[in-house]
Write a protein that binds this ligand. Structure first.
Ligand code: FUL
Length: 486
């Protein structure tokens, strides 16, 4: 009797599950296609764009690279207000700030205990100022993440090129990480060694980039203080340089690359940094660093050369729109404020972004695909328009070419397509087309390579009610988490 009741209950449960559409046999998710991002790299991808701030004695000497013999007395901003910087950054959608705490000239923007070559010796706030502290406080107040650039090359330090300098550099890292954290990103610049003041020696000092700093030891020390920090250098280990300072990664942008290019320097391998390599063995995505002005530091004679909102918009498309992060440099002027022209350009840029990406026409619209993994709802095409980055459309393992169609309900003029891969399972798509339905026929309106975290395609405006993404080649079955149409 009891057994009968149990069987009856089980049958009822089965019917309920059937009605809920949950009965298809469990289908395993696609196996990760290695390499895949770490948790901290995933969080970094989501930041998408943030500010770079170059500010030091160069701002007052009108140089790009100080020699190291600058008198700290020249550092004297008249109206220093990092909250003004942060308010602007926040208003235009930048999520973090990376500050040149020390550039190649060696001048420290915080009162370091290890040198006299710092704000301690400047008339600014009578030697009691601390740029790093005030900026990190402003970041905290406005909810921006804070990152640091501490130039390994130091043209002021007498010991540069010798063992004692490496200790000095590490002591300064300890000072910064313990006083001013949390630090989301640490930027190691590739320019290292050459002529300089070096405590009065006034000579050329070359170092072996590969061995001098003992980078593995230095990074390990920093990682122990700040486990979640992202390390940038020419080629990693967490994120890589994009190979140029002009604001773009290649349309083909693999987040993967092999680390034998780690101490790349600035010649020869810039191309591979720009594209990554499909057969790389590590997840090391590219960051696009570019300045809003011709120089990295403020120069009054560049006030009329600030990039236009349109140029910044194009940079956005060739960085964030190609699955990279944008590190946009906006250098404060001698007052210690962002210049009016830069603020105007940034505000104009934000307006263009808001106008272009105002209404996602694909959100919650019906999506269908010609192949769904195991025919299972969990991997349904509908996942690409649900606004949830954790759900994705996937195909069967053996299917590496497949299409997904979004019905927009009514005819609209469309100009941009966003596509995102579910990168937790690796970067898969090699090539894809965008097609739109016109008078009952499909017409190809764009073709591209690689997707990764995000790909944004600009189309010649076209009227349609249906958009199809046709994946034409992939390293393994595609996993697409999001499609947006504007
Ligand atoms: C370069 C440096 O030499 C520039 O001065 C600037 O800091 C830029 C971001 O990186 O390699």
């Amino acid at each position: 009797m009891k057994t009968k009741r149990i069987i009856g209950l089980m049958a009822q449960l089965f019917v309920i599950l059937l009605l809920m559409g949950c009965t298809s046999t469990v289908v395993d998710p696609p196996a990760p296609l290695y390499p895949v991002p770490t948790e901290r790299q995933l969080a970094w991808h989501e930041l998408e764009q943030y500010a770079f701030v170059h500010f030091t004695t160069n701002t007052f000497t009108d140089k790009e690279w100080g020699y190291g013999d600058e008198d700290p007395a020249i550092f004297n901003p008249t109206n220093f207000d990092p909250e003004q910087w942060c308010r602007v950054f926040k208003d235009v959608g930048l999520k973090a700030v990376i500050l040149t705490c020390k550039h190649h000239d060696g001048f420290c923007l915080w009162p370091s205990s290890y040198t006299e070559h710092s704000v301690k010796k400047s008339p600014w706030k009578e030697g009691n100022g601390d740029v790093v502290q005030e900026l990190r406080d402003a970041c905290e107040k406005l909810g921006l993440k804070f990152g640091i650039y501490l130039s390994p090359w130091d043209r002021n330090h007498a010991g540069y090129g010798r063992e004692d300098y490496v200790q000095y550099y590490r002591d300064q890292l300890k000072e910064i990480f313990t006083r001013y954290g949390p630090v989301f990103e640490m930027w190691f610049d590739g320019a290292n060694g050459g002529t300089g003041y070096y405590g009065g020696a006034d000579e050329k000092r070359n170092i072996n980039k590969r061995t001098y700093y003992d980078w593995p030891g230095t990074l390990e020390m920093v990682r122990a203080m700040e486990p979640e920090v992202i390390f940038f250098s020419d080629a990693g280990p967490d994120i890589r340089w994009c190979g140029n300072e002009r604001g773009f990664v290649n349309e083909t942008n693999w987040n993967i690359i092999s680390t034998d290019t780690l101490y790349a320097g600035k010649g020869g391998i810039t191309e591979i940094l720009n594209t990554g390599s499909e057969d790389g063995d590590k997840w090391i995505p590219a960051e696009v660093d570019v300045s809003i002005r011709p120089g990295w530091f403020y120069h009054a004679d560049e006030d009329e050369k600030v990039k236009t909102p349109e140029a910044l918009f194009d940079i956005y498309l060739s960085s964030v729109g190609r699955g990279s992060n944008l590190l946009l440099n906006i250098p404060p002027d001698r007052r210690g404020l962002l210049h009016e022209n830069d603020v105007k350009a940034l505000t104009g840029w934000k307006k263009l972004l808001d106008e272009a990406f105002k209404l996602n026409l694909a959100l919650r619209k019906k999506a269908t695909a010609d192949n769904v993994r195991g025919g299972n709802n969990k991997y349904a095409a509908q996942n690409i328009t649900d606004g949830d980055p954790e759900t994705y459309w996937a195909t069967d393992d053996e299917v590496t070419a497949a299409s997904v169609t979004v019905a927009l309900n009514e005819k609209k003029e469309i100009k941009y397509i966003f596509v995102q891969e579910y990168i937790k399972l690796g970067q898969r798509v090699r090539t894809f087309d965008v097609e739109v339905e016109k008078d009952g026929e499909w017409e190809k309106v764009a073709s591209s390579t690689t997707i990764g975290y995000k790909k944004i395609l600009r189309l010649s405006p076209v009227l349609t009610s249906k958009v199809r993404i046709k994946i034409t080649g992939a390293r393994a079955c595609p996993c697409i988490s999001n499609i947006e149409v504007y």
